[in-house]
Ligand binder design. Structure first.
Ligand code: NAD
Ligand code: ZN
Ligand code: ZN
Length: 352
């Protein structure tokens, strides 16, 4: 197969600038890398944080964002065996593009914690382009019968919430409060929770998201815009009024990170996943101690978490709504995302 030398991409040229749709060179994979012709790519709020320069982590510039890219392997380095990836295989490029494989975290398969990790659409170019590169070791295999549009959001959103639910320690029959349930991660979190036998209280704002959450299987919806007391409403919706066994924080605002301790059940776990700019977690020491509250972070997942998250999807257990737009529409999608107007996920159709 002859590959083109040029391709279309969305390029952020300066921090805070909107992406510009332009032609750039097609990259060449290194010895341990694959080149994926992207068919669909999801838009994660992380891409918006990156563009705005929200985090204390240096960004590659100019940058091609995107880290939920699903497509076909079209080239690979000479160290990549056919068992890993053959030309024509379906593959996914995720947030974790590569890691050193030699540090203590990599040795223990905690790849996201690698201090020298490469991040797609952040420290290396990502999937808002027609051809994207990933280290074969960390790219995902996608079974041939799986739809590439619907699976794209699983590569970050699905994987992250599945891992977060596992980290929460919530058991089948217990109840989790999902904060930001109407967004991309939140919609998938409801479906993974349901598939894991965990009951859900959804927290987000507006009636479109309420209708979506009810459809996805949440037993209660607390509207943070309308509610005069979110803590009381979540507790009232929880079994015996004792609070949620776990809280999955996906919101892009600091408020809920301070509030969650108010409605988590005693001995329960708060899992912080959302990454609002400049935010802090704050909890009363007295409550945290005497109610034995566990507060922790969760960050994407390792290779096995990725395999499991895709497997749940491939077995037909995960159905989250997504809308499709074209790669060139990315700036418009970012605007809607900034305004909190997207129920579920947007997936970009990449020109072939
Ligand atoms: P999104 O914009 O699709 O969803 C965020 C949702 O939060 C929206 O529905 C919004 O209405 C809701 N929200 C805002 N304020 C709220 C409040 N006070 N109470 C309840 N809900 C509120 O974003 P997304 O793509 O789902 O990403 C969510 C966050 O997760 C982002 O900060 C993103 O960077 C982060 N993230 C973290 C990881 C990780 O590994 N930890 C991975 C992926 C994304
Ligand atoms: Zn993401
Ligand atoms: Zn490492």
């Amino acid at each position: 197969m002859t590959l083109p030398t040029k391709q279309w991409a969305q390029v952020v040229e300066k921090k805070g600038g909107t992406p510009i749709y332009k032609e750039i060179p097609v990259p060449t994979p290194g010895p341990d890398e694959i080149l994926v012709k992207i068919r669909y790519t999801g838009v994660c709020h992380t891409d918006l944080h990156a563009m705005k320069g929200d985090w204390p982590l240096p960004l590659k510039l100019p940058l091609v964002g995107g880290h939920e890219g699903a497509g076909t392997v079209v080239a690979k380095g000479n160290l990549v065996t056919d068992e890993e990836f053959a030309i024509g295989d379906h593959a996914g490029i995720k947030w974790l593009n590569g890691s050193c494989m030699t540090c203590e975290f990599c040795r223990q398969a905690e790849f996201p914690l690698c201090p020298n990790a490469q991040l797609s659409g952040y420290t290396v170019d990502g999937t808002f382009q027609q051809y994207a590169i990933g280290k074969a070791a960390l790219a995902s295999k996608i079974p041939p019968n799986v739809a590439l549009d619907a699976v794209a959001p699983i590569l970050c959103a699905g994987l992250t919430v599945y891992k977060g639910l596992k980290e929460s320690g919530a058991r089948p029959g217990q109840t989790v409060a999902i904060v930001g349930a109407g967004g991309g991660l939140g919609s998938l979190a409801q479906q993974y929770a349901k598939a894991m036998g965990i009951r859900v209280i959804a927290i987000d704002g507006g009636d479109e998201k309420k209708a979506m959450c009810e459809k996805l299987g949440s037993e209660a919806y607390v509207d943070f815009i309308k509610s005069s007391d979110v803590v009381a409403d979540v507790k009232a919706a929880s079994p015996e009024g004792l609070g949620a066994h776990a809280v999955i924080l996906l919101a892009v605002a600091e408020g809920p990170f301070q509030q969650a301790v108010g409605y988590v059940r005693s001995y329960g776990t708060i899992v912080a996943i959302g990454l609002p700019a400049g935010a802090f977690l704050k909890a009363p020491v007295f409550d945290t101690v005497v109610r034995m509250v566990n507060i922790r972070g969760s960050y994407v997942g390792n290779r096995q978490d990725g395999v499991e998250a895709i497997d749940f999807f491939a077995r037909g257990l995960i159905h989250a709504p997504f809308k499709t737009a074209s790669l060139k529409d990315l700036p418009k999608i970012f605007e809607l995302m900034e305004q909190g107007k997207i129920a579920g996920r947007y997936v970009l159709d990449v020109p072939q």
